[in-house]
Design a protein around this ligand. Structure first.
Ligand code: ADP
Ligand code: 5GP
Length: 206
């Protein structure tokens, strides 16, 4: 049955660093090409293979601060010494067009979105165990020892804030986690509040 969605869905996928947010979101985007992806801004340097405007908009700290002052971010966070933020206008424009937008952001940022946009769908991605989380952060080979320790030191607090999300998905196996996220999206798109037009059309044509 075709459903017409009145308003777009703001889908927020968050969780501790190393859980597999990026990996799961990449696979989700391949499976669901209809999803719009919000490209974040960051002050961190591009990694090998990253292109400005594709993975991130790479900004200087001054440029980023000017955008904070101008209120250009839906949320932003100082994440291990670098700023990361979600451009506000693009997200709101796409939501108004009825699109589903995927935000892959850290726990601090998701907390701000919960406050500013409580209608969002918040999914907390869990690692199968803390041991596996450590293996993944170390195995990614992208952090210094200090940065790994910083990330691990906030995991318990992040897990606590995960309890306020709408859904939890365990990233034990990527494709299985993506199956669950797709099921969540399907159920969310069938919510009455997102489909009031179906009722109105029936009444109008009766
Ligand atoms: P995050 O975006 O949450 O920081 P990444 O997507 O960068 O995490 O994943 C961290 C590491 O864990 C990467 O090396 C990735 O290949 C690996 N990884 C992600 N998901 C899984 C999984 N389900 N099983 C095994 N390894 C995984
Ligand atoms: P990385 O530097 O590995 O690309 O990302 C580091 C962390 O920043 C990840 O946990 C990622 O989810 C988070 N992140 C990426 N974009 C944003 C954003 O726009 N806002 C916030 N708050 N976090 C982000």
């Amino acid at each position: 049955m075709q459903t017409k969605i009145d308003r777009g869905i703001l889908l927020v996928i968050s969780g501790s660093s190393g859980t597999g947010k990026g990996t799961v979101c990449n696979s989700l985007r391949k499976r669901r090409p209809d999803l719009e992806y919000s490209i974040s801004a960051t002050t961190r340097s591009p990694r090998a293979g990253e292109t400005d405007g594709v993975e991130y908009f790479f900004l200087t700290r001054d440029e980023f601060k000017r955008k904070i002052e101008a209120g250009d971010f839906l949320e932003y966070a100082d994440n291990y010494g670098n700023f990361y933020g979600t451009p506000r206008d693009k997200v709101l424009e796409l939501l108004n067009l009825g699109k589903t937008i995927l935000l892959e952001i850290d726990v601090q940022g998701a907390h701000q979105v919960q406050k500013n946009y409580p209608d969002g769908v918040f999914i907390f991605l869990l690692p199968p165990s803390i041991e596996e989380l450590k293996r993944r952060i170390i195995g990614r080979n992208s952090e210094t020892e200090e940065s790994i320790q910083k990330r691990l030191s906030i995991v318990n607090d992040e897990l606590e804030s995960g309890k306020s999300y709408n859904y939890v998905v365990v990233n034990d196996e990527v494709e299985r986690a993506v199956d669950e996220i797709c099921a969540i999206l399907d159920a969310e798109s069938l919510k009455v509040g997102r489909n009031l037009n179906l009722f109105d059309e029936l009444v109008k044509n009766s």
